[in-house]
Design a protein around this ligand. Structure first.
Ligand code: ADP
Length: 660
């Protein structure tokens, strides 16, 4: 029964000028199992065209090519792929081995594409390589063996999936006479084992070696040996189904190729890792600085306390719409601000304010407070030494215990001074009496108090005195005034609620502490700067993407022939696409990891310097940023890989194989 039958096969090439060129003009033939048939003809007579059609590489013909009775022209994509993998073995004139794979991997390729496990694959490849006499060279690369040996590898590769039909296109064309003999003997052996061998040649010596000769001229067959009468062959059995390559195997193939081009891929990954590094370094730097700013500000305060101030006059309006206020109004506002800050007037909380604040959810108690800036009026004297005191503040729970570095919190008649000012006045001042000249409200007053303790100022060089709220109230009443609290401290049992309370306070129209407002402004500015710098750094990612796109495109061009071979061996479009996508993925992954490693290295250096110079951690490389870097890199690389991967998958195998 005929393995292959050709009935009136006509192939037309569509030319650019709109005309058709008929390369095969009605070919009829039958081929049996175990036959070795020579297809002989001049160059340009149509031999390759015919082999491409029989080999399922070109389905654009009319007529019928029946493989065990099944018409190739009606094969689905998957059936064609299975046909390549299982039914057909190709041997090419130029061997077409894949340069970066060793002989075993080259031979086993059709099995890899059929998802056969490694052990079976390697065993089969080793068996065939031994059979063709290459038992000692199995793990060499193609460029380490001679032409004749390469063709033996190609023969082993064609046999790996035990196909019925071997198509050999001038298999001895590139070999010397002696080697030709050996290769022909090998091919002959294949036929005797029961396979159909179709061999294109224009050498009469080679043709004479075959059982039968088909001469083709100008697209027509000249019957040199009688062909059996074209009886109708019934379709037998079902076509064999073969498994498809898994993603893991595609990644392995991609990996092997990348290893072969390690230098180039490394440079590309290095290039794009710099972009990734720039991006995550900016993010980590931003995080480090912001964290530093807010943690220094916070470390001096009690996390359970919300400090509330009242905005003087129209400050909010002034901040929101400065252009809508005239100069007189602005001046008035400034006066109000100064008065409030110095405690002369304004900024005081009314009972209504207190009632509103008290009602905020999670607030379990509150504390009244008072703070005022002195514009040079307040001073402290001790044994003839005098120092200005810029800030008068009441003792509150907000002053964390750790900030009182010596002594204790102030009671009646006592004061806590900042350490700087205390040092100015003299050693061991705790427990001693000092004299203050104070401006209380609008009145001046001289007062003697005992230094109860020392306080480490959170921001340097602000001389501060801390007294109890009752003490300030007393000072006010001594000068015939009444004290209005201008700070309220809201206490919550659980510090996780503090944030919520702070937000509510703002919503009600009050403000937080001065440091808080500054921190907020600072953090906002830092965030903007971080994002701007990150965006600038991200531009380099576009460059990386283009670079990866170019390199993968070059890779597709370089490997056109390899892609042709893979398709002839039964690679689906999807497999080819996956191999290239996997390469893009691997470049991206590598670039991402490299970028993160660089950032880590840099952060060690920068932080070391920052620690010794300012005692801070400047770069905070969190796991989130590490993941962002790697994922970003992979995504960009894969996006850049889409076009080349698609291009590779769409290559026409016939054209790809013909490429020089
Ligand atoms: P052979 O293998 O016998 O040398 P081919 O099968 O390659 O011949 O080509 C047969 C004829 O078809 C030649 O005249 C060739 O120029 C033409 N041909 C082959 N491929 C194409 C193509 N893609 N487009 C147009 N004409 C083609």
């Amino acid at each position: 029964m005929a393995v292959m039958e050709l009935r009136n096969v006509v192939k037309k090439y569509h030319l650019a000028d709109g005309n058709d060129f008929t390369a095969l003009k009605g070919i009829n033939a039958q081929f049996e199992a175990g036959e070795m048939v020579a297809i002989v003809g001049e160059s340009g007579s149509g031999k390759s065209t015919l082999m491409n059609a029989i080999g399922g590489l070109d389905s654009d013909f009319t007529g019928e090519i029946l493989y065990h009775g099944h018409n190739l022209a009606q094969f689905s994509q998957q059936e064609l792929v299975d046909y390549h993998k299982k039914s057909i073995g190709f041997i090419f004139q130029n061997f077409n081995l894949i340069a970066h794979l060793n002989l075993v991997d080259n031979v086993a390729m059709a099995m890899t594409l059929s998802n056969v496990d490694e052990k079976t694959r390697v065993a089969r490849a080793e068996q065939l390589l031994t059979k063709v006499g290459l038992g000692d060279h199995m793990y060499k690369k193609p460029d380490q063996i001679s032409g004749g040996q390469k063709q033996r590898v190609a023969i082993a590769r064609a046999l790996v999936n035990d196909p019925d039909v071997i198509i050999a296109d001038e298999p001895t064309g590139a070999l010397d006479a002696e080697t030709t003999g050996v290769i022909l003997a090998l091919i002959k052996e294949i036929a005797t084992e029961g396979k159909l061998v179709l061999m294109v040649t224009h050498s009469d010596r080679v043709a004479a070696f075959c059982d039968r000769e088909l001469r083709i001229e100008n697209g027509k067959l000249l019957a040199t040996t009688p062909t059996s009468s074209p009886a109708t062959t019934p379709a037998v059995g079902r076509l064999e189904k073969v498994a498809n390559m898994s993603l893991a195997k595609a990644i392995r193939l991609a990996f092997l190729n990348m290893k072969a081009k390690f230098g180039r891929n490394f440079l590309v990954a290095l290039g794009s890792s710099i972009g990734i590094m720039a991006v995550i370094l900016m993010l980590a730097l931003g995080k480090g600085v912001t964290t530093y700013v807010s943690s220094t500000m916070k470390s001096y305060t009690n996390p359970n306390i919300t400090e509330v101030h009242k905005q003087a006059g129209n400050q909010q309006k002034a901040m929101q719409n400065p252009q809508q206020m005239d100069r007189a109004e602005i001046a008035k506002q400034q006066q109000a601000n100064i008065a409030a800050m110095t405690g002369a007037s304004g900024g005081g909380f009314t009972d209504k304010d207190i009632a509103r604040l008290k009602k905020i959810k999670h607030v379990d108690r509150y504390q009244l407070g008072y703070s005022a800036f002195s514009m040079g009026n307040n001073a402290v004297t001790y044994h003839g030494k005098r120092a200005s005191v810029l800030m008068l503040q009441t003792m509150s729970d907000n002053i964390a215990k750790s900030t009182i570095v010596k002594g204790h919190a102030p009671h009646r008649g006592e004061v806590v001074l900042d350490k700087g000012t205390a040092d100015l006045l003299g050693k061991d001042i705790v427990g001693k009496q000092v004299t203050f000249d104070l401006k209380v409200g609008t009145k001046n007053l001289t007062k003697t108090m005992t230094v109860a303790g020392l306080y480490e100022a959170q921001t340097q060089s602000v001389s501060t005195m801390i007294v109890s709220y009752d003490e300030v109230a007393k000072l006010y009443s001594e000068t015939g005034q009444t004290l209005e609290p201008n700070v309220i401290y809201l206490h919550t049992a659980n510090k996780d609620n503090t944030k919520q309370i702070k937000n509510k306070v703002k919503k009600l129209g009050y403000t937080g502490s001065m440091q808080e407002q500054m921190t907020e402004m600072f953090t906002q500015m830092l965030n903007v700067i971080t994002w701007v710098l990150t965006a600038i750094a991200a531009i380099s990612l576009v460059v990386s993407a283009i670079m990866i796109l170019v390199v993968l495109n070059i890779s597709v061009v370089e490997r056109t022939k390899e892609i042709g071979v893979l398709k002839a061996l039964g690679a689906r479009r999807k497999d080819i696409r996956r191999i290239f996508a996997a390469e893009a993925f691997l470049i991206g992954l590598f670039a991402g990891i490299l970028g993160v490693a660089f950032t880590y290295g840099l952060s060690l250096g920068i932080n070391r310097f920052a620690h010794s110079a300012f005692d801070i951690t400047l770069v905070m490389l969190t796991p989130k940023y590490v993941m962002t870097g790697i994922i970003l890199s992979v995504v960009i690389s894969m996006i850049a890989g889409i076009l080349p991967a698609n291009r590779a998958s769409k290559l026409d195998p016939v054209e790809a194989l013909r490429k020089e």
